[in-house]
Design a protein around this ligand. Sequence first.
Ligand SMILES: Cc1cc2nc3c(=O)[nH]c(=O)nc-3n(C[C@H](O)[C@H](O)[C@H](O)COP(=O)(O)OP(=O)(O)OC[C@H]3O[C@@H](n4cnc5c(N)ncnc54)[C@H](O)[C@@H]3O)c2cc1C
Ligand SMILES: *[C@@H]1O[C@H](CO)[C@@H](O)[C@H](O)[C@H]1NC(C)=O
Ligand SMILES: *[C@@H]1O[C@H](CO)[C@@H](O)[C@H](O)[C@H]1NC(C)=O
Ligand SMILES: *[C@@H]1O[C@H](CO)[C@@H](O)[C@H](O)[C@H]1NC(C)=O
Ligand SMILES: *[C@@H]1O[C@H](CO)[C@@H](O)[C@H](O)[C@H]1NC(C)=O
Ligand SMILES: *[C@@H]1O[C@H](CO)[C@@H](O)[C@H](O)[C@H]1NC(C)=O
Length: 600
Amino acid sequence: MKANIARLVALAATNTLASQPLVDVRESFSSTVQPECKCYPGDPCWPSTAEWTTLNRTVGSRLVRAIPPGAVCYDSFEGTPTKNPSKCVEVASQWSNASWTADQAVIPMIPLWSNSTCEPNTATGQPGPPAGCPDVCSIGFLSQYAILANSADDVVAGVNFARNKKLRLIIRNTGHCFMGRYLTKDLGYGALVINTHRLNSIKFESKCSLCDGHSSGVVKVGAGVMFQDVYAEAWPRNLDVLGGECPTVGIAGGFVQGGGQGPLSGHYGVGSDHAISFDAVLANGEVVTADAKKNADLFWALKGGGMGTFAVVTSVTLKTYPTMPVTGMGLTITDTGDRFWEGVRIWHTMAPTYTAAGMYVWYAMQEGSLIAQPFVAPNMTTQQFNAVVDPLLERLRGANINFTTTEVKTFPKFGDLYQDMWYNAFHGSGLGAYFGGRMISQQDVKKRGNDIVAAFRKMSDKYPGQVLFGGHLVNPGNKVKDPEQKLSAVHPVWRDTADIQIFLYLPPPCMSPQQRTEAERRVTTELGGILRAVTPKSAVYSNEGDVNEPNWQDAFWGPVYPRVLRIKKKYDPDDVFWSKSSTGSEGWALQNNLKLCKVT
Ligand SMILES: Cc1cc2nc3c(=O)[nH]c(=O)nc-3n(C[C@H](O)[C@H](O)[C@H](O)COP(=O)(O)OP(=O)(O)OC[C@H]3O[C@@H](n4cnc5c(N)ncnc54)[C@H](O)[C@@H]3O)c2cc1C
Ligand SMILES: *[C@@H]1O[C@H](CO)[C@@H](O)[C@H](O)[C@H]1NC(C)=O
Ligand SMILES: *[C@@H]1O[C@H](CO)[C@@H](O)[C@H](O)[C@H]1NC(C)=O
Ligand SMILES: *[C@@H]1O[C@H](CO)[C@@H](O)[C@H](O)[C@H]1NC(C)=O
Ligand SMILES: *[C@@H]1O[C@H](CO)[C@@H](O)[C@H](O)[C@H]1NC(C)=O
Ligand SMILES: *[C@@H]1O[C@H](CO)[C@@H](O)[C@H](O)[C@H]1NC(C)=O
């Protein structure tokens, strides 16, 4: 409580309105011995207005003071009147538009990570908070300053400023990280954000000198480019790029740095396997290239070894492939009680047969409803597809499960299937959910498949109506093996997965700090615990899990962790970059829900 008050005062002190409470803040901190911390508003080390102005000039006036976009739906923000009913209608209508959210300076796609601050009332579009939430617009857990970087030079200026001033630095691209890696609790507070989403160049090249026999060219994409941007350019050229399924996720940011899986992974492997070069800004401000010849250790680490922690990536060059035909189908199981879960059991325990054929199955599931749409079968004919999927359908019929399928269709290329068949109800922003997940291995599904589905049911029964599941039945190790982890710095389970699984827990809206703690306990300990117990030979995808995962180093990276940690320490010895539950973050922790400080 005391920390919260001090923090509010500190916040006010950074505004022009209040200067005298500053003294109280400093006294309350100087009375206790502080470990080494990042520098926060109210601290003597906090940059002066003149210094912020100089930074702003250096980055071509692209430094913004972050105002939550929903402020137009509230009377005021930090003492300044903000209400604007017509703009409020617009913000409310865009709140679930993920492209719009990606364009914002600091807000996350999942608002609970910003403390649900200044949310518009999407039900009415009228000024005022969502039902049951406080009628107050505050900074919440958001950062106050963001550089909307237009070039590597802007990034360099931001890194140098944050390093010299010891500010917490956040790299924000689309804000899609649903784990809340950069905002959890108060982690956004007092940070300088480098927003990379405007680095959006895309350049195809037919030749590649570093590609080792790969003959079909490459594409160099800026750090802000989203799957939908690169797909829109690649497909008309009859090229595939290994991205993921959500159109608005950035390809060079969290995706490649966490590994990355997609609909063609059963054929082409892990997303990061296809990176052949990065341009990046190091913690010391140096602009470097990392590839197989230059900074080879950094190159390897950036391929799956941790997001937001080694450097700011400004662009990545990825291999492209000629398109191939793809067959697909949708499956829906709508049933009740035991029969529903029996249908899920039949479908899920057969995952190894789909993945061994190079297939990928996207799904969303909650008690009573499984939507597996689509099954994606790269380079398979309808006949080959049916040979794999008919046994599943026969077993479902035999068990008298209520299900439907869509017509099996073959398309000349993946892009056509994507546009025709994808179930895209989950591509929006603004969802109020906590996430957990597990990369369930082939081994675990083969040995304990029934127990795993029983665990899904147990999780669902624990908080009826509040637990949802999603996932991807795919094995990126199906064709691309990497026994010595030379290709990518990912957990070896990546090459032996049956289901890259996600679960969601829906908490109450605008939680109090106590409700938040309780919700996080339910996700990490209860729901996560049920799943962990039945999947001992599995791991967690560092982008699709619980940010509070216990022993996250092992769960996310396993045996590669010591090596990626050494590389982190080499390139960023002073922890200029820090990202929760990402490589090298264990040296710092949040103190009093207020400041990020070195663990002593
Ligand atoms: C609807 C939805 C669908 C998804 N589908 C898939 C999928 O099909 N396959 C898949 O693999 N993943 C998928 N994801 C997960 C996605 O890969 C991660 O959320 C990823 O971290 C998002 O990266 P971003 O750069 O777009 O987002 P951000 O939230 O902006 O960034 C994520 C993390 O990467 C860091 N980062 C961002 N840019 C840089 C940079 N330039 N340099 C250094 N660090 C950086 C950030 O600091 C942060 O820690 C999906 C997510 C959503 C919300
Ligand atoms: C940076 O400069 C621009 C242009 O003068 C201005 O609009 C913006 O508010 C400035 N940013 C900050 C944080 O003062
Ligand atoms: C979603 O946001 C994008 C980016 O701001 C915009 O171009 C698009 O028109 C929006 N879509 C809708 C349906 O409003
Ligand atoms: C977060 O939201 C809760 C509930 O509205 C509130 O009690 C708490 O003070 C907020 N914290 C911050 C830092 O905004
Ligand atoms: C069977 O499935 C259909 C279509 O998916 C659905 O409308 C119907 O309600 C289901 N019946 C039962 C008993 O769940
Ligand atoms: C697709 O299959 C055909 C024949 O079955 C094969 O010749 C071709 O190499 C395959 N394409 C890819 C990209 O694997």
